[in-house]
Design a protein. Structure first.
Length: 412
């Protein structure tokens, strides 16, 4: 059965069994049901006017090859697993299932993972949430009479995220647990209907910006990030530009979620910030990205790319300081802060191998580097990064560590 879903104009409507988009015709989308092999047309709802569109979209490396995000996201998985119990506790203690009785879809609970990417991490997160909700409902069973609770899960990421691989690798058993919906679109704006979401989740995504700050790539601007390919907090004007963009984007994220969540709904956030007063350049992640910039300059000297291209390249990512991040949350009046914890990444005190570091950063940055510099650069770039790491290994003991956070917000 095809489960229609409202929202983003280019949203993929997917249910169990998973269906696939094979083409577009006017305002209709051609849908194939693999089980029956028949073609169906479904209407696409017009995009809400307030939904912003963003020209840049750089998802994690798709497919299931050796350089894909699927096979190189264990660092993120360890972090997500590290807050699994906290997530369950938050749902058991903070979620009020009575709100399901306030609408006509009293037996449907809707979950969304924002910035889901591809691979097992998003499915693990969703399954943990569903298992916990079932546990909570079982404990409170006397309160609920009627149809069994059904789950709909919205997997959100950028439009060119590899949704085909995502749903192809979905665990078979989970297809009977919930209805799956692919929702392509930037989470910095609305991607779901108003008052339609009960539990939202995002992990290690909020450092991604909707765009590189405009002045950072402007040759005439004092904020031109000429010497680096990231905001490493060493150039004040660059940091200021990124800070402004982050405040705008994170504010947009919270406002969008406030519209999508029902009253009493939960938004669960986990990710990384900088300790106050510490520049990103002093973290091991910052050191690696600066190394990538150095490797690009080596390629420019060989004529594989150009110095001008490098000077006009800057990553659309910003790691805020922890006090800055908290202040942005507390300024939003749509949520109550139920939980706000600073925690450590489980791998903080483990020296990572150079192969692990190279593979992880390639899976994350492959798409954006290929888009800016061309296909011929990526292999040579990361080959040089591996050699540079061998020559100048990361001193993990001296590097500053990110602050990891776990935050639970409840919609007022």
């Amino acid at each position: 059965m095809l489960s229609a879903f409202w929202g983003h104009a280019s949203a993929i409507a997917i249910a169990s069994p998973v269906v696939s988009i094979v083409g577009f015709q006017g305002d209709r989308t051609t849908i194939r049901r693999p089980t029956y092999g028949e073609m169906k047309f479904v209407d696409v709802v017009e995009r809400p006017r307030e939904m912003p569109t963003f020209p840049q979209s750089f998802p994690m490396n798709g497919g299931d090859g050796p350089h894909s995000y699927i096979h190189n996201s264990s660092y993120q998985k360890v972090a997500i697993d590290g807050v699994k119990e906290r997530t369950s506790e938050a749902i058991l203690e903070k979620l009020d299932l009575k709100f399901l009785n306030r609408n006509s879809e009293a037996n449907i609970l809707r979950i969304a993972d924002f910035g889901c990417s591809i691979g097992p991490n998003t499915f693990d997160v969703v399954q943990n949430i569903i298992d916990t909700v079932k546990q909570k409902r079982l404990k409170e069973n006397k309160t609920y009479i009627g149809a069994p609770l059904e789950f709909q899960v919205c997997f959100n990421d950028q439009p060119n995220n590899d949704f085909n691989t995502l749903f192809r690798t979905q665990p078979f058993f989970s297809r009977k647990e919930y209805f799956s919906v692919g929702v392509p679109g930037s989470f910095h704006g609305r991607v779901l209907p108003k008052n339609s979401l009960h539990i939202g989740h995002t992990s290690y995504t909020l450092h991604w910006l909707s765009n590189v700050p405009q002045h950072v790539c402007d040759k005439k601007s004092p904020a031109l990030n000429k010497s680096y390919i990231q905001c490493n907090n060493l150039v004040d004007e660059v940091t200021k530009a990124y800070k402004i963009q982050f405040r705008k984007d994170f504010g947009g994220f919270l406002e969008a979620r406030a519209e999508e969540l029902v009253s009493g709904g939960l938004m669960i956030l986990s990710g990384q910030c900088l300790p106050d007063g510490i520049p990103k350049a002093l973290t091991w992640q910052g050191v690696v990205i600066d190394m990538i910039g150095d490797c690009l300059m080596d390629l420019a000297k060989l004529g594989i790319t150009s110095k001008e291209k490098i000077e006009l390249f800057s990553l659309p990512t910003y790691i805020p300081h922890i006090s800055e991040f908290k202040a942005n949350i507390e300024q939003n009046e749509n949520f109550n802060v139920e939980t706000m914890e600073e925690i450590s990444h489980p791998m903080d005190y483990m020296p990572l191998t150079n192969d692990f570091i190279t593979s992880m950063f390639r899976a994350i940055l492959n798409t954006i580097i290929e888009e800016h510099f061309g296909e011929g650069v990526v292999n040579e770039l990361f080959s040089r990064l591996a050699k540079r790491l061998d020559k100048y290994p990361i001193d993990f003991k001296r590097c500053k560590k990110y602050v990891n956070y776990f935050i639970v917000l409840k919609r007022k």
